[in-house]
Design a protein. Structure first.
Length: 337
């Protein structure tokens, strides 16, 4: 039997940007229903790195990723959003009434006036290094995501990568693991300069090992990882003890059925108009990491901004005969809307 929900706005993706979109829509009296393929809200923050500290949320010098999700859930609770979790959107149909019919993999049905795609990177998978026996050690010392930091306590951890995730986890685990070694094939980092500076400082103080212009070329062990083999830029080779190897080379996006919805795409991202982050399909918006436009920055902060502007235009679709009056939450509060 079909499960059917009728709502004003259907948000595909229940990560931080999708959750904040509920808040912005709620201020304008729009009901929201969220769909996510994951079994819980929170997106990548909850699924991949719930304990990772985030440093660029205004008002929070640092906030734990899962704590941010819990705060967002509390913030949107007054607007009573509904959820379909653990199901993937398979089909979107534009009805003659102008509304959309959304069907999921479990045959749940949602009817909405507006669709907001906030699916982060869509369906994603880690970029894996080309190592001969990599699969053998997956789950036995090789991890692509860090969900529970306690398993690394007092262990030898080797991290590979040059982006923000590699830098952030090196900094975080340096206070937990017995020894952290960061391996990077270049001598400069793609991540935030401040984080890179802190990593160089720790290395200079002897608190971590930093191996630049170096690649991991092999994994050694029996039932569990025991060491990694290394090759340096000068051609020399070696190896170091490793209880865990964490390659952090980013994620490969997989848009899945979204790619078949007639949206303008560019390199697996959805092109949008920066006036309100509308797509080329009227009534469908895209916010967060899944969209692209000139000057795009893949930051949660930017996704929050996009959600706010999106809601203003979505209001005119949901309430075509009403005049929108802008109010300040500092004056009216949330319940005053």
């Amino acid at each position: 039997m079909e499960n059917k929900v009728i709502t004003d706005v259907c948000i595909i993706g229940a990560g931080p940007v999708g959750l904040f979109a509920v808040f912005e829509a709620g201020l304008l009296k729009m009901r929201c229903h969220l769909i996510d393929v994951l079994p819980q809200v929170g997106g990548q923050l909850s699924e991949i790195y719930p304990q990772k500290p985030i440093y660029d949320i205004p008002g929070f010098p640092a906030i734990n990723a899962q704590e941010l999700i819990e705060n967002l859930k509390e913030q949107i609770a007054p607007f009573r959003p509904t959820f379909t979790l653990g199901e993937k959107v398979e089909e979107v149909i534009k009805l003659e009434t102008g509304e959309f019919l959304i069907r999921t993999s479990e045959n749940s049905i949602v009817e909405a006036r507006v669709i907001v795609i906030a699916g982060g990177l869509g369906c994603f998978e880690p970029r894996k290094p080309e190592l001969k026996n990599l699969a053998r050690f997956e789950g036995r010392g090789v991890n692509y995501f860090i969900r529970n930091t306690e398993i690394y306590r007092d262990r030898h951890v080797v991290i590979a990568g040059g982006g923000d995730s590699a830098l952030d986890w090196t900094l975080f685990l340096s206070g937990i693991a017995e020894r952290v070694t960061l391996v990077h094939r270049s001598d400069s980092f793609r991540g935030a300069p401040d984080s890179a500076g802190k990593v160089f400082d720790l290395a200079g103080e002897g608190k971590i090992d930093l191996l630049l212009r170096t690649n991991v070329t092999g994994l050694v062990g029996e039932d569990h990882l025991e060491a990694v083999r290394l090759e340096h830029a000068d051609g020399s080779a070696g190896g170091i003890k490793a209880d865990f190897f964490i390659p952090l080379f980013g994620l490969t996006p997989r848009l899945g059925p979204i790619a078949e919805w007639g949206l303008n795409l560019h390199h697996a991202a959805i092109e949008v108009n920066t006036f309100d982050y509308a797509t080329n399909v009227p009534g469908i918006f895209a916010i967060g990491d899944i969209n692209t436009y000139p000057g795009k920055l893949k930051l949660i902060l930017c996704g929050f901004h996009e959600a706010a502007l999106m809601a203003q235009s979505a209001f005119h679709i949901v309430y075509p005969d009403k005049k929108r009056t802008f109010k300040y939450t500092t004056v009216y509060g949330v319940h005053g809307f």
